[in-house]
Write a protein that binds this ligand. Structure first.
Ligand code: BGC
Length: 555
């Protein structure tokens, strides 16, 4: 068997277009479970928790960066693309994890931080000493002045003043779109493109099922542009995809392109670039809809989203490891969302909010459920951020985005059952604030409580799995006479699901226009009760505050 056949053997077979039905659980190895008691989570610990992950009803894991790194950007500053950070284990531990995940029919997506490396990466150390004009030097983007590419915005506005930094060794400025310790790679150099393909092959041989392409709009630079989404970047992605397609057509690329929907859509190409892309503009509009008690923000943004190639899929999310970014809203919307959800200015970072979902919702179970019901039923594959299934809190006193990356709360034992190390050795402190502490919020307690958020999540994901309409179906908004109620139909063949949600803090009544569904009986999915059949009149429903319905429409 050659390497590619071996790799294919390690991967899950069947299910073409698996990403369309993916339910993705995003986690940090560092913070999930520490098996060797050194205070830092590791692959052995994660493998030991796979049964828990499988029990949630997710079918894909997205791992945050686990590569060797000085960790000045929590691993997004990579110093070796083809190894595992020793704190997290070995390549053998990684392989054992992938195999064990596959044995449970769970796929694995890993991070490919394509745009930049750490300044400690040997490529950068070599480049800064290499002669000007040499291929080694040209792994990165250099300039004698810091005024080139002046139309390019700064992303980490709270820390960086320029996208150029002076390197005293190279005696030149180097280009970086993120932190100054993250020099951008130069994809105009064919050697760099080749390195990327070699890295991908390295992990493909271990059986990974997908790559999240970090910060993908910034790959290629050109003078007199804003250096985002250049045709050259798309050409590079087509090249990467063609290479992947030739040998691993079942492996997916997931674009992290924090852009308006029409620009993000370009990352699907004609079905020849990425298979998936995050829908960044939808995310803040779910929070906006709730704050304004109006269906409008969600309806407007999805109506403005054009259809995508058949084999592609959006990835949708509420929270992740970063700040809740407010880049894809207008300035007045951003100020409104900041005032509503981050009145305490310490919670603001760059153009966003560094909080987890439960604190953002003031621990209001009704609103947490409502947002997840939308996440699980709007078009796209949902991404669930570890800990949000139990309503974990955050710690805004920690630096950068560390406050939303604290150890998973497994039990009310020492260190939340995450590690046996002494507490001061932990990668990050456990949440101790009484409202969100591990004594109050942990997996073990919620597993034993049939009414817990955790068990609610499992039930919703179970119901979702039964209806292909929700993962693959079309979307049609239902006309209502009440703006507080968001209602939509998802349909795939005969499978029709009607969703309706009251975004308001008060009870509401609504009439839904359901043309073409006369005679259908809405069967409520959570409890199985049949509701009155749809007649010729608009269909009446009443709701408690923040209540929602999922109905299967039966003839
Ligand atoms: C990641 C961030 C990271 C940045 C720079 C992103 O978009 O999600 O966590 O800091 O890229 O790598």
């Amino acid at each position: 068997m050659n390497d590619d056949e071996q790799a294919a053997g390690k991967r899950l077979s069947g299910a073409r277009l698996w990403h369309k039905d993916a339910v993705i659980y995003q986690l940090h190895v560092k913070s999930f479970y520490d098996a060797d008691g050194d205070g830092v989570g590791d692959f052995c610990g994660l493998t030991g928790k796979l049964d828990y992950i499988a029990s949630l009803g997710v079918n894909t894991i997205w791992l945050l960066p686990f590569y060797p790194s000085p960790r000045r950007d929590d691993g997004y500053d990579i110093s070796d693309y083809r190894d595992v950070s020793p704190e997290y284990g070995s390549i053998a531990d990684f392989q054992a994890f992938v195999d064990a995940a596959h044995a449970r029919q769970i796929r694995v997506i890993i991070e490919l931080v394509v745009n930049h490396t750490s300044d400690e990466h040997p490529w950068f150390q070599r480049a800064r000493r290499a002669p000007v004009g040499s291929p080694e030097r040209d792994y990165y983007v250099w300039s004698d002045t810091d005024d080139k590419f002046s139309e390019t915005r700064i992303i980490f506005v709270d820390t960086e003043k320029s996208n150029w930094s002076w390197d005293p060794v190279a005696q030149a400025y180097y280009w970086h779109r993120f932190y100054s310790h993250q020099p951008d790679l130069n994809y105009r150099n064919p050697d760099v493109v080749n390195e990327l393909l070699v890295t991908m092959n390295f992990w493909l041989a271990k059986g990974v099922d997908g790559f999240r392409l970090d910060a993908i709009p910034h790959l290629v630079e050109r003078e007199h542009t804003d250096n985002e989404n250049l045709p050259e970047t798309h050409a590079l992605l087509k090249h990467v995809r063609a290479n992947l397609e030739a040998k691993h057509p079942e492996v997916i690329l997931l674009a992290e392109a924090n852009l308006w929907q029409e620009e993000a859509r370009e990352y699907f190409g004609d079905g020849d670039e990425c298979h998936m892309a995050f829908h960044f503009p939808l995310m803040p509009r779910m929070f906006m809809a709730l704050a304004k008690q109006s269906a409008k923000p969600i309806k407007t943004i999805l109506r403005q989203t054009s259809s995508i190639p058949d084999d592609c899929q959006w990835a949708i999310f509420l929270r992740n490891h970063d700040e809740l970014t407010l880049e894809m809203v207008t300035e007045s919307e951003r100020n409104f969302l900041w005032e509503t959800y981050a009145a305490d200015k310490r919670a603001r970072l760059n153009l966003g909010i560094r909080r987890r979902l439960s604190p953002l919702m003031d621990q209001d179970r009704r609103r947490i459920e409502l947002l997840h019901m939308l996440l699980f039923s709007l078009p796209g594959s949902p991404v669930l951020y570890y800990g949000d299934e139990i309503g974990m809190g955050d710690n805004i006193d920690l630096g950068d985005r560390d406050g939303v990356r604290t150890p998973m709360q497994w039990s009310d034992h020492q260190n939340a059952g995450f590690s046996t190390a002494s507490p001061h050795k932990l990668a990050l402190p456990i949440i101790s604030d009484p409202q969100f502490s591990y004594a109050a919020i942990n997996v073990a307690d919620q597993q034993g409580d049939p009414h817990s958020l955790l068990n609610w999540m499992k039930q919703m994901l179970r119901l979702r799995r039964r209806h292909e309409a929700v993962s693959r179906g079309s979307l049609r908004f239902v006309k209502t006479d009440n703006e507080c109620v968001l209602s939509y139909l998802r349909a795939f063949g005969d499978d029709i699901v009607l969703c309706a949600a009251n975004l308001s803090e008060t009870p509401q009544a609504v009439r839904l226009a359901l043309p073409g569904l006369e005679g259908y009986v809405p069967v409520e999915l959570c409890g199985g009760a049949s509701f009155p059949a749809v007649g010729r009149e608009n269909y009446p429903l009443t709701f408690q505050p923040y209540a929602y319905f999922w109905f299967a429409m039966r003839r």
